[in-house]
Design a protein around this ligand. Structure first.
Ligand code: PGA
Length: 253
């Protein structure tokens, strides 16, 4: 546990048509207003097509809204892309960048992630920058080396503890039901924070949130969220169910 406020972020990925998205957002907003947990900030990241509707549902709720990606240009001829200003315009406070599914499905490099982060921060969005090692990299003892390279190459100079959150998501743990051991998460988060201190400053490193992600569920959230350097979670599957998501939020004590 930490003095930094916990952030529980739900990444809905490519799920939910309009009515499902509205139901889910309403369910979460209702719980949030009934059982407010001041220790915990809540954020949801729906697909682009439902951001407008979900934004209406969340108005004045206190729940933060994020896009799952954005382009690194301000506007222009980029068919199919979404700019940070468009996310702001629809009511987003933040954007997830460099998720491993973007890095692998869309060949996004850390350099691209950094360009996106620069533009997003310029537009007034907070960024959640994802990093994580593959199973092979883990088995070859390369976890820290890979994470340090991703941190060095993805985090822009303009990132601060106020506008940037790091999400550590081991690629092999995403959507697989496999979770890193508590000891591994503890050590890895500690090393990530040390690297942020080296890159930025000790003060920024102490304030910047570092989330864990990868098969976080109601039954494993409590022990992960209790760790000193874990400041919250980025949740995929379990964020699609109001009760599961809410049970995780309630575990932030
Ligand atoms: P998961 O996804 O919780 O379904 O493993 C996490 C993520 O990809 O952010």
């Amino acid at each position: 546990m930490t003095d930094r406020q916990i952030l529980i972020a739900g990444n809905w990925k490519m799920n939910c048509l309009t009515s499902q998205a509205v139901d889910l957002a309403q369910g979460i907003a209702k719980k949030y207003s009934e059982e407010l947990n001041p220790k915990c900030q809540v954020l949801i990241a729906p697909a682009f097509t439902v951001l407008g509707k979900v934004s209406e549902v969340l108005q004045k709720s206190g729940i933060l809204l994020a896009g799952q990606d954005c382009h690194f240009n301000k506007n222009g001829a980029h068919t199919g892309d979404i700019s940070p200003d468009m996310l702001k315009d629809v009511g987003c406070n933040a954007v997830i960048l460099g998720h491993s599914e973007r890095r692998s499905n869309h060949r996004e490099t850390s350099q691209i992630v950094k360009q996106k982060a620069i533009q997003a921060i310029n537009s007034g969005l907070n960024v959640i920058i994802c990093i994580g090692e593959t199973e092979d990299e883990k088995n070859n003892g390369k976890t820290i080396e890979v994470l340090y390279k991703q941190l060095e190459e993805s985090i822009p100079d303009t990132a601060t503890a106020e506008n940037c959150v790091i999400a550590y998501e081991p690629v092999w743990a995403i959507g697989t039901g496999k979770v890193a051991t508590v000891d591994d998460v503890k050590n890895t988060h500690n090393k990530i924070r040390a690297k942020i201190a080296e890159m930025k400053s000790q003060e920024i490193a102490q304030k910047m949130k570092v989330l864990y992600g990868g098969s976080v569920k109601p039954d494993n959230a409590k022990e992960l969220l209790a760790l000193e350097d874990v400041d919250g979670a980025l949740i995929g599957g379990a964020s699609l169910n109001v009760n599961d998501f809410w049970t995780i939020i309630k575990n932030c004590i």
